[in-house]
Design a protein around this ligand. Structure first.
Ligand SMILES: [Zn+2]
Length: 276
C-alpha cells in the first residue's frame, strides 16, 4: 500500500459519506460518521500514523474500546468535501488504553479535531460492541428531512415511531425487528446526549433524535447506510399518505408483523405490538 487512502476501510468510509451527501442528508457541516477499524486494518495503516499528539479527554469512558482506532469525520467539516479531500475532512482517532481519551494519528490536517459528537459515537460503539458480541463497527449520524419532519407530528416515543415505520413498508420490520429508539429534543454535542443515546442503543440499532436526525449502528457501511435509507423512505411514505388527505383504508396489522417475524425467523419486539 503506497498511500493510506488505498486502505479498503478508508475507501468504504469515503464512498458511504459521498452516498449520504448525494441523498441530501448532510447540509453544511451536518452529520458525522465513525468506523471502528479491525486490528488487521489498523496494522496495515500504522506505517502512516503520527502518534505524537497529546491525549485529549473524551468526557466519557469506554473501557471495552481501549486502544482501538476509529476513522472519523472532523468537526465543522462538510460531507460534500470528503471525497475530494479526505485527509483534511476525515481522520483516524486512537483511544488510550483506558478508553477515556483520544489522539488523532492520521488526517484531519486542519485542526486535528474529530466531530463534536465523538463522545456520542464512542459511547454508542461501546454499547453496540457489547450487545452484538463485537460485530458492530459503524456509527452514522445524518439529517434526513422527512424523518425530522415526522418528529413534529408523531407522538414522541420509540413505540409510536417503530410502529409507524413498520406499517409504512413491509421491509422495515425485517430490517429492524427490535424497532427504533427515540431521544426527545436535547442540546447536542456533549456527554449528556451521548449517555441518553447510548442507553437507547442497548436495545435499538437506530435512534431518532427529535428535530435533529438519526443515529444508526451496523456491522458494515452497507448495513448501516441501508438502515438509514430504509427509515428515511418509510418516513417519506408516511408523510405522503398523510398529505394525500385520504383516509387509511388498510395497513400492515400487528398479526401481519408477527407473521413476517415467523416467516423470516425474527423476534419482532412484542412490547411494540398490540394495545397498551
Ligand atoms: Zn446532527
Amino acid at each position: 500500500m503506497s498511500n493510506i487512502l488505498q486502505a479498503p476501510a478508508l475507501q468504504a468510509f469515503i464512498a458511504c459519506a459521498e452516498n449520504g451527501w448525494r441523498r441530501g442528508w448532510h447540509e453544511r457541516n451536518g452529520g458525522n460518521m465513525s468506523y471502528r477499524m479491525t486490528a488487521a486494518e489498523t496494522d496495515a495503516c500504522r506505517a502512516y500514523f503520527d502518534e505524537s499528539d497529546d491525549w485529549t479527554p473524551l468526557g466519557v469512558h469506554a473501557p471495552n474500546l481501549g486502544g482501538e482506532c476509529f476513522v472519523v469525520t472532523g468537526t465543522g467539516r462538510y460531507f460534500q468535501n470528503i471525497k475530494q479531500n479526505p485527509a483534511e475532512n476525515i481522520g483516524i482517532a486512537q483511544l488510550n488504553p483506558a478508553g477515556d481519551a483520544y489522539r488523532i494519528v492520521w488526517g484531519l490536517t486542519a485542526g486535528r479535531v474529530p466531530t463534536s459528537e465523538f463522545p456520542t459515537h464512542i459511547m454508542n460503539h461501546s454499547v453496540r460492541v457489547a450487545v452484538t458480541e463485537g460485530k458492530s463497527r459503524v456509527i452514522y449520524h445524518a439529517h434526513p428531512v422527512d424523518v425530522i419532519a415526522l418528529t413534529f407530528i408523531l407522538p414522541a416515543s420509540a413505540r409510536e415511531f417503530s410502529r409507524a415505520f413498520w406499517q409504512a413498508m413491509t421491509e422495515c420490520v425485517v430490517i429492524f425487528p427490535e424497532g427504533v429508539g427515540f431521544v426527545p429534543w436535547m442540546v447536542c454535542g456533549g456527554a449528556e446526549i451521548a449517555l441518553v443515546t447510548a442507553k437507547e442503543m442497548e436495545r435499538f440499532a437506530a435512534v431518532i433524535w427529535a428535530q435533529h436526525g438519526i443515529f444508526c449502528a451496523g456491522e458494515d457501511f452497507d448495513a448501516t447506510f441501508g438502515m438509514m435509507h430504509a427509515i428515511d423512505k418509510a418516513a417519506q411514505i408516511i408523510l405522503k399518505v398523510m398529505a394525500s388527505g385520504r383516509p387509511v383504508l388498510q395497513t400492515i396489522t400487528d398479526d401481519n408483523l408477527r407473521a413476517i417475524g415467523e416467516a423470516f425467523g425474527l423476534r419482532v419486539n412484542e412490547a411494540f405490538l398490540g394495545d397498551v
